[in-house]
Design a protein around this ligand. Structure first.
Ligand code: GDP
Length: 301
């Protein structure tokens, strides 16, 4: 992870250490930290929160360098953990012996297909019976891509090769197959055409209705796959998706390719959603369950 976050880390940690290392934290240093955070795409809201919390602490006590850095890490961890249920542990934990459905959303190019492949691999490796539903029927290439990832991870893909297939029909077939096979994790790929917001919303709503009807007692996660290299711009897309689908979390991809890794904090602060997984590479192993502790240590150590 440290390596994956290298670009963001390098731009942050050396400067941060220089600022903090000057001695007990003072107002000038706080202003410099603020600029650094904004530069790393932490976003105005999250930066405000961090800086205000830091200043509050400084009013109460003097913070020598090591303590200042440790306290900064703690503030960031608290922010990242805010939307999490207390029971959350940063491992791969869908419930066993029951069907879990994870609806994967996100714009084309965000890394949705890759993430589904990585998740399927993680599921197989962790001993889950997994199945993929290829419900991005709009792009023929998308179904092919999902199938390739299905082969890589040894996971069966339910797809309907017919033209103009209704995504909801694929979801119906995928749930039928999952129920017949005692599948524990069904990953559903969905279309990511932002250009047509109304269609996108209708399509996702229809898929949700099928799931609720066909598998009413199922644990459904709705995960938004977000490209970290877009930084703050990605958040606008995220808002459209959160209107279209009831999101339960975010997968942040391509953290290896950006110095904007701070966007993780903006995502949590602005969307109020937990980060569930992070992608830091194109390989099948390059996905990990998100841990605020690990993330902050990788970023600021
Ligand atoms: P989709 O259109 O959302 O399904 O996106 P894809 O899964 O096809 O990914 C788009 C591109 O991003 C591909 O070239 C992937 O290899 C690449 N990609 C996906 N996730 C990551 C990641 O975590 N790191 C890097 N460096 N590239 C990624």
């Amino acid at each position: 992870l440290r390596q994956g976050l290298d670009k963001t880390r390098r731009s942050l940690i050396n400067q941060l250490k220089a600022i903090v290392g000057q001695g007990p934290l003072n107002q000038d240093a706080v202003m410099e930290i603020e600029a650094l955070l904004l530069q790393a795409d932490v976003g105005v809201e999250a930066t405000d929160y961090i800086i205000n919390t830091l200043q509050q602490k400084l009013r109460e006590e003097v913070l020598p360098p090591e303590q200042a850095l440790a306290y900064l890490k703690q503030i960031i961890r608290d922010l990242l953990d805010r939307p999490l249920q207390e029971s959350y542990s940063p491992t791969f934990v869908p419930e066993k012996d029951t069907l879990n459905i994870w609806l994967m959303t996100g714009v084309n190019g965000a890394g949705k297909t890759t993430t589904i492949g990585k998740l399927a691999h993680l599921a197989q490796k962790s001993g889950y019976r997994c199945l993929i539903g290829a419900a991005d029927t709009f792009r023929a290439a998308a179904v092919e891509q999902v199938k390739i990832w299905g082969e890589r991870s040894g996971t069966e893909v339910i797809a309907n090769p017919g033209k103009n297939t209704d995504p909801a029909a694929v979801v119906f077939d995928a749930i039928t197959a999952a129920q017949a096979r005692n599948t524990e994790l069904l990953l559903i790929d969905t279309a990511g055409r932002l250009q047509n917001k109304k269609n996108l919303m209708e399509e996702l709503a229809k898929i949700r209705r099928i799931i609720d009807k066909k598998a009413p007692d199922t644990q459904v996660e709705s995960l938004l796959v977000l490209d970290a290299t877009l930084g703050q711009n990605g958040l606008r897309q995220a808002e459209v998706f959160s209107q279209a689908a009831k999101l339960s979390g975010v997968v942040l991809t391509k953290l290896d390719g950006t110095a904007k890794g701070g966007v993780a904090l903006a995502v949590v602060q602005q969307l109020g959603l937990p980060i569930r997984f992070i992608g830091a590479g194109e390989g099948i192993e390059d996905l990990r369950p998100f841990s605020s502790y690990e993330f902050v240590e990788a970023l600021l150590s």
